[in-house]
Design a protein around this ligand. Sequence first.
Ligand code: ADP
Ligand code: MG
Length: 473
Amino acid sequence: MHTQDLWRSVLQRLQPTISRANFVTWFQHSAVLELTESGCLRVGVPTAFARDWIASKYATKILQAAKELDSAVLDVELAVEAALADSDTRAVDARQLAAAESDKSVRKIRNQNAVTVTAGGAISAALHAGSTFAQFVPCEENRLAHAASVSVARRPGQTYNPLVIYGGVGLGKTHLLNAIGHETLACDATKKVVYLTAEMFTNEFVAATKKLKTDEFRRRYRDADVLLLDDVQFFEGREKTQEEFFNLFNALHAAGKQICVTSDRPPSELAELMDRLRSRLSWGLIAQVEAPGYESRLAILESKTRQKRAILDPEVLQFVALNVTGSVRELEGVLNRALAEADLLDRQPTVRRVAQIIEQLDRRERLIGAPARAEQPEQARTPQDFIELTARHFGLSPQALSSDSRTKDIKTARGVAMYLIRDQLGLGLADIGRRFSRNHATVLHAIQRINDDLKSDAALLRRVNAVKAELGL
Ligand code: ADP
Ligand code: MG
């Protein structure tokens, strides 16, 4: 692949994982300068600021994507190339790339007839991309809801109509609803699937009424083959909207079209819903999703870790499953945080670290099976801690750092330890020197070199961040 095409492909992969604004800001006018014989992909950006930011946030992702696209790539290096800013032909136009990508997704969905694009375009009724059955972990607590969802998606309108799924927040209702939509379309791409929340329905209806366009509003949903309405409890107390939905429900149901609804309570407890609508909701099947128990939480964590192609210590997963007992959303939150740290800081999450993450997210009083408090005192860090940890990260003994040796690795490790002690503890140069049997000029020189290298060497930056993170900085 031509290097320029390679870079465009890398960016196309990166883009969905980054907000549009960040994508344009950081990758505008970037380019691949060369792919060296030794497999180093040299990426140029116009400013040092962009280089540093990309190095700390996106270097791992870039390397991963580039490796997948071209196995010759072994390493990524970022360099500042000011010329790229002035319409250099090598540079990509990130703005255009981002625009092209979003056009594509809209077109794709339109062709599939998957959604009803609303008049103003303000309310999108698109299905959530990642919420498919393949990504859903069926378990004890959601078995009926899952089985019924699959059944409905395969034969819409013919089995349970309506299907009502209810349960607390973060337990997979929205996920199942979207999965029904994806599966329906996978079986028959000509089907018209409409997903929207009761809140969107309400807002659209109110807007249509104001503009005297209720006929148009009605037509939009009456030809749906599958109507997926999320969070029906939002209709409580909104009589006009309920009336409108009631009529839509009747029309679709009579025509043999599938209706699926979610709710945070069983329909019988939706006190502010009109009787007629409540009774309609119990015509088909009502299935509950419950909070997952320990085994299910573990299974969900394992599945999500696999999906993200990450590997975590079984102990870590068990610890999370034991302590995060609320919703699946909370489980995901802790897992994502741990995986993000592993990715960005190049640090394998430990039980101790996830315990901290859980506490931060949730201020729980006591963690089950957590390392005893005494093991993690809020103790001040000493220069010796920095020396030991840095040495460990470089696979060296602490003594090696103060030895006479000038091998590259030892020199770098020594420099990093000096840099961190200076930066974090603010010790004087001579004081630092004594700990490494060096004079103050040598220390100054070593620290300056690390400072310079950090600006261009992403691998070094990751190492320094990893040592800092281990020290809780
Ligand atoms: P709800 O709509 O019930 O509040 P969501 O469907 O939004 O909950 O689920 C919250 C998060 O948890 C989503 O990211 C969803 O993908 C995930 N999730 C919930 N249940 C499961 C499950 N059984 N398997 C995999 N992911 C799940
Ligand atoms: Mg939801």
